[in-house]
Design a binder for this molecule. Structure first.
Ligand code: SAM
Length: 382
């Protein structure tokens, strides 16, 4: 439920340093910011074929000096912290020109960095002068308002988006081009329009349907487009009238999501109800005497007894105990990958949970020798 006075789904025209203080405190769930880079380009860039490189030379990207840019960063970041909920998080995207200074300032302000993500551009602009490496990535910092507060991270959505594998912090995505790139009289309408795929991933990962996402330098409104697609509310602040008009037009064209909020949220397997194994017998879904198969190839098996326990050789015990024992007997450990692994819910779960889920699924499948599909993701490396 939005606090009173929150201008939902609107582009506000003006300076973010003036408008952010007008939003109620603790009123938004997520901030995505793509602030000026302070590129400090000293000369025009030309390609060997005499075409001019469309670089970021806009007035909005220029500051008299680094101190002025730092001052601006401190002010807008501080203002964003005020409007964020305690559980809120903030993303800032930048390049080597600004991101280190932004990172230092946001830490000084009390934000707690959760990740830095590298957006690897699959089609970067070539470095035609050949005097440096091609600049093929940008960095995103993801920070929470308060260290230790609960925050939204949809691990399951990210895994699902990544074909069942845990999402890594290096994202390979193309730069904004083609039909998605807004143009005015054939020329790029905004020099730094971000790809919708990038914002889609950011919002899917770190917000939930119905939450409020704020983008203080809104530009052409890419964040609003992703928010609308995903059933989130959005607020954009942008100073330049041309971009405000472009963003408003773009968002008016973006259809409302057709899925209900529940279908926009991802399925968390841990939130599913857990059924005691014995209940399957009571309800005739499993029969005493049935055989369950375990292990990657289904090489080990156990017999279902009438009281819901299992027998494997001379060993008798609960489905959890037998699943663990069989796993250990074949050289595995209980807590890492589940016997019947099914994209194990968490590599760090203890024996009870992983065995329970492994065994329960084994019983539900019953088909002998199902293929193993476990997640290769390991523990908490740096
Ligand atoms: C890097 S661009 C954002 C591009 C945007 N993410 C997109 O996909 O179109 C930065 C934007 O900040 C805006 N801007 C710069 N200073 C501002 C200020 N003080 N208040 C509001 N907007 C500002 C600029 O006009 C520019 O559109």
């Amino acid at each position: 439920m939005a606090a009173p006075g929150v201008p939902l789904d609107q582009v506000l025209q003006g300076d973010c340093l003036d408008l952010l203080p007008q939003l109620p405190a603790a009123s938004v769930d997520l901030v995505f910011a793509d602030p000026p880079y302070n590129l400090q380009l000293r000369q025009e860039l030309w390609r060997p074929n005499n075409t001019r490189v469309e670089a970021v030379t806009d007035a909005w990207d220029q500051f008299p000096d680094l101190a002025a840019c730092d001052q601006f960063t401190q002010e807008w970041l501080g203002a964003c912290r005020r409007v964020l909920q305690r559980s809120g998080t903030l993303w800032v995207i930048g390049s080597y020109h600004n991101i280190y200074r932004v990172g230092s300032i946001l830490m000084d302000l009390g934000f707690w960095i959760l990740n830095d993500v590298v957006w690897v551009k699959t089609n970067p602009m070539p470095n035609s002068r050949g005097v440096r490496f091609t600049h093929a990535h940008q960095t995103l910092l993801w920070a929470q308002r308060e260290e230790g507060a609960p925050y939204t991270f949809d691990h399951h959505a990210m895994k699902s988006l990544n074909e069942g594998l845990q999402m890594r912090s290096d994202w390979q995505l193309p730069v904004c081009s083609g039909r998605e790139r807004l143009r005015l009289a054939g020329v790029k309408a905004h020099s730094t329009q971000k790809p919708e795929a990038l914002l889609y991933r950011v919002l899917l990962a770190s917000s939930s349907p119905g939450q409020i996402v704020l983008d203080p330098p809104f530009g052409t409104g890419t964040t609003g487009v992703a928010a609308r697609r995903l059933g989130r509310h959005w607020i954009g602040i942008e100073r330049e009238a041309t971009y405000v008009a472009l963003a408003r037009r773009r968002l008016a064209r973006e259809p409302a999501p057709t899925l209900p909020p529940a279908a926009l949220a991802s399925l968390n397997p841990r939130a599913l109800p857990r059924i005691p194994f014995g209940a399957l017998l009571e309800h005739g879904l499993e029969r005493p005497g049935a055989t369950l198969y375990f292990g990657p190839q289904g090489k080990t098996s156990a017999r279902v007894l009438a009281d819901g326990s299992l027998q494997a050789g001379r060993r008798r015990g609960s489905i959890h105990q037998i699943a663990c024992a069989l796993r250990r007997a074949t050289g595995g450990t209980c807590g890492t990958t589940a016997t019947r692994a099914h994209a194990a819910s968490s590599p760090s779960t203890g024996c009870a949970r992983s065995c329970a889920s492994a065994a329960t699924r084994a019983s539900l499948r019953r088909a002998p020798r199902p293929p193993e599909a476990h997640s290769p993701q390991g523990g908490r490396g740096i």
